[in-house]
Design a protein around this ligand. Structure first.
Ligand code: GLN
Ligand code: ZN
Length: 757
């Protein structure tokens, strides 16, 4: 049992709370504001109530000093850039709300900051742009205001700052060196820390998750110099600094983190369990350790006994006063409150913890776990381990029986291609799309009506048939070569499969912020995955029945289904992924048996699911690639397998992509102006490839000439007989008006390339 010190309990920390709100209040407020339905005052007052509600809730659930400035109207990285005045030339520097949103969402003539995934999460941040000659100053004192706002309600918070080194190195540096940017922004950090001290802040949380990556010598130096600068300017009234690392172990950077002169260090003991012993051994006396024992990235209840054992070990070394229990990272990445789920299987529900429940777990750990609670926790874990809804002997048996040849297509690509051509008879520069066509308002409304039982299943299905028929007609009319059915039946490329696969559960309210006002509801993989019936054959088969051209079957790949879900933590990821791959393998074979000759298995998450340190990649890619091959290798040589990946940093992973051995891959390329093609050039990629020639992220419609120019550029890197012509990604977010013209232009461009003779 955790001993009390001076009659007080151990501190419960929290690194951040979900900002979207239990009922996605933030989303509705933001969208209302953007649509002009509410004004700035109303937006501010609604978001202030949301913050207050969350602070109170955290206090009620035991958090000693809840975080502030973890809230954001759009994104905390944008907030940090905005705080220091890193406002690119193309935007208005006046610190108004509309100028803030302009950076996030763009203006008619100004593209917004680029958006990219935050480490290996599904949260997107806006990439700061640091330009030469930028003058940095405290542009928005939001961090001070939120501290004051809470204080006015009698709540003492611990402000969260994105650390200067992570902020700068995650940004783009335009004609300027990161070191110079740091020199420019550090005085702003000094000013903020000084002001927070004046306001009475005791601690700040300084997030530097860059510390979990493989650092270059320059980055190490940035850490040393930046924190030396802060230490030099430190005044006695400044808050103490809790340096926070998460998502990946500190490992070789532990020494660096301990030497930066911070008064506390947060460890992610879920993903960085290996840091525990070395940190205990090396922590300088007097430094506070925040132990991230409760998983901030997943939804399972904590093994309290295991967490308590670690805590006791730390306590024996350091005593209670210098310890704090915390989630592994901010709770931004997990849903809000499990109590909102009324339709989950009660067994599954009893194994889960969302944000609020995680706070309760922390409080239990800090205060000492009563024996009956501990016993119940053990019982629950035990039950989950042995439950028939988790364990499926049939799935296990299949897994054990996988043979090496199950990972291999029958013949190498050179032999497969001619067999595919015998019946596909594709021209050079074959044209296709990535899968989805515009998800029209009609479709979304119909789906909502179906959910609320205002629309019958028959009426919905007939709408889907209509949409598919229209999509097929259109594609025939513009003379595309490989058609798609358009995915009208899918609200989401993961949820659609999760709803049909055993071992996956869907929540009602398990929303997690993706960016700005957007949230996603990841499924939960809780048990052995298998397929009880075909999932896509009906719709793809219908589409194929309408045309003599090949229709491409569309599946989401094993890795992507896993990465965009909450995944079980009771077996290696590789096993879970292999189970999904086996289920997909059956689907692929069923599609083939139904006469579908081209099948695409999308893996847009392959790269982002990789460990954060490239040193750990070979092991990961080995099983990830095998899972793709297991899913796709059961077919005849004459069946053509496609894959799609939408990101552009292929350089370091090209050999793994090649090892997937898809007949054709389509990749995102339009935005990067084909720069990435160098990675694929000179025979580094052996099979066929379709670099996107239409940037679907923008409403701009590319002209025929523009696409021809892109194709000519592609030809410089890739032999022309291997080039496919397709957009960057699915078209679901675009309008039919745009898509009609853009795809027509794309086909005309391909035809012009062929006609050169
Ligand atoms: N087939 C999917 C679509 O077209 C692929 C989406 C993706 O790559 N994210 O929508
Ligand atoms: Zn894509």
């Amino acid at each position: 049992m955790v001993a009390k010190s001076h009659g007080s309990f151990m501190k419960v920390g929290n690194l951040g709370f979900p900002r979207i709100g239990a009922k996605r209040e933030l989303k509705w407020a933001l969208e209302g504001y953007w649509q002009g339905k509410i004004d700035e005052n109303e937006l501010r007052s609604r978001t202030a109530s949301l913050r207050l509600k969350h602070w109170r809730l955290q206090q009620e659930h035991g958090v000693t000093c809840p975080p502030s400035n973890d809230f954001s109207l759009y994104d905390h990285v944008l907030d940090a850039a905005w705080m220091v005045g890193a406002i690119p030339e193309r935007f208005n520097p006046e610190p108004s709300l509309s100028n803030y949103f302009a950076m996030a969402r763009g203006l008619k003539e100004q593209p917004p900051l680029e958006m990219t995934k935050w480490f290996d999460t599904n949260y997107h941040y806006l990439v700061p742009e640091f330009e030469a000659g930028m003058r940095y100053s405290l542009t928005d004192p939001k961090v001070l205001n939120e501290f004051k706002e809470a204080l006015a309600q009698g709540i003492h918070t611990r402000p969260v700052l994105l650390g200067p080194v992570t902020l700068v190195w995650l940004g783009r540096h335009i004609k300027v060196e990161p070191e110079d940017v740091l020199a420019g922004i550090l005085p702003v950090y000094v000013q903020v820390l000084d002001s927070l001290g004046e306001l009475g802040a005791q601690w700040v949380q300084m997030d530097e998750p860059l510390l979990g990556l493989e650092l270059s010598p320059r980055q190490v130096e940035s850490f040393r110099q930046s924190y030396a600068y802060l230490a030099q300017h430190r005044k006695p009234h400044w808050p103490r600094c809790l340096l926070a690392n998460y998502f990946s172990p500190l490992r070789e950077n532990l020494g660096l983190a301990l030497e930066l002169g911070c008064q506390g260090l947060h460890l992610d003991l879920v993903r960085g369990a290996e840091d525990f012993e070395p940190a205990l051994a090396e922590v300088p006396s007097g430094m506070v350790l925040s132990l991230g024992l409760v998983d901030g990235r997943n939804v399972w209840r904590t093994d309290l006994a295991k967490a308590q054992a670690l805590l006791e070990k730390a306590q024996a070394r350091l005593g209670t006063d210098l310890l704090e229990v915390a989630p592994s990272c901010s709770l931004l990445y997990v849903p809000y409150d499990l109590r909102l789920e009324t339709q989950l299987d009660p067994r599954l529900k009893s194994w889960l913890a969302f944000s609020v429940q995680k706070l309760d777990e922390l409080t239990l750990l800090a205060q000492g776990i009563p024996p009956e609670v501990r016993a119940e926790s053990q019982r629950s874990l035990e039950e989950r381990r042995n439950s028939p809804v988790v364990q499926n002997p049939e799935v296990r048996r299949r897994l054990a029986q996988i043979r090496p040849e199950d990972y291999q297509r029958r013949s190498p690509f050179d032999k497969r291609w001619p067999r595919q051509q015998e019946h596909l008879r594709l021209p050079t520069f074959p044209t296709t799309t990535i899968g989805s066509f515009p998800q029209t308002a009609e479709l979304r409304l119909a789906r909502a009506a179906l959910r609320e039982k205002r629309l019958s299943e028959e009426a919905y299905q007939s709408l889907l048939r209509e949409q598919i028929a229209q999509a097929i007609d259109f594609q025939e009319e513009i003379e595309l070569d490989v058609l798609v059915h358009g995915e009208p039946e899918r609200s989401d490329m993961v949820e659609y499969f999760a709803e049909q696969l055993e071992g996956f559960a869907i929540t009602q309210h398990g929303w997690v912020q993706s960016y700005g006002s957007r949230a996603v509801k990841p499924p939960i993989i809780y048990g052995d995955v298998h397929r009880s019936a075909p999932m896509t054959v009906h719709w793809i088969g219908y589409a194929q029945s309408l045309t003599s051209k090949p229709v491409k079957g569309m599946l989401t790949g094993p890795l992507t289904l896993m990465k965009w879900s909450f995944v079980r933590d009771d077996q290696p990821l590789q096993d879970t992924c292999t189970q999904i791959a086996l289920a997909l393998r059956d689907e692929v074979k069923d599609l083939e048996a139904a006469g579908i000759r081209v099948i695409q298995v999308d893996e847009p998450a392959l790269r982002e699911a990789a460990p954060l340190r490239p040193k750990d990649w070979p092991e990961y890619f080995d099983w990830a690639v095998k899972c793709f091959r297991l899913a796709t290798s059961g077919v005849a040589d004459a069946t053509q397998i496609h894959s799609h990946m939408c990101y552009s940093d292929f350089n370091s992973i090209i050999s793994y992509i090649a090892a997937m051995d898809a007949d054709v891959i389509s990749i995102e390329a339009a935005r990067s102006q084909m720069e990435l093609l160098e990675a694929f050039g000179e025979g580094r990629y052996p099979n066929h490839i379709g670099p996107g020639v239409y940037d679907i992220h923008s409403p701009r419609i590319p002209s025929v000439e523009e696409i021809i120019q892109l194709l000519k550029k592609i030809e410089r890197y890739i032999p022309l007989e291997k080039i496919w012509v397709n957009p960057d990604c699915g078209l679901k977010t675009r309008s039919w008006a745009e898509v009609r013209v853009a795809l027509k232009n794309m086909v005309l461009a391909a035809q012009a390339m062929r006609a050169r003779g």
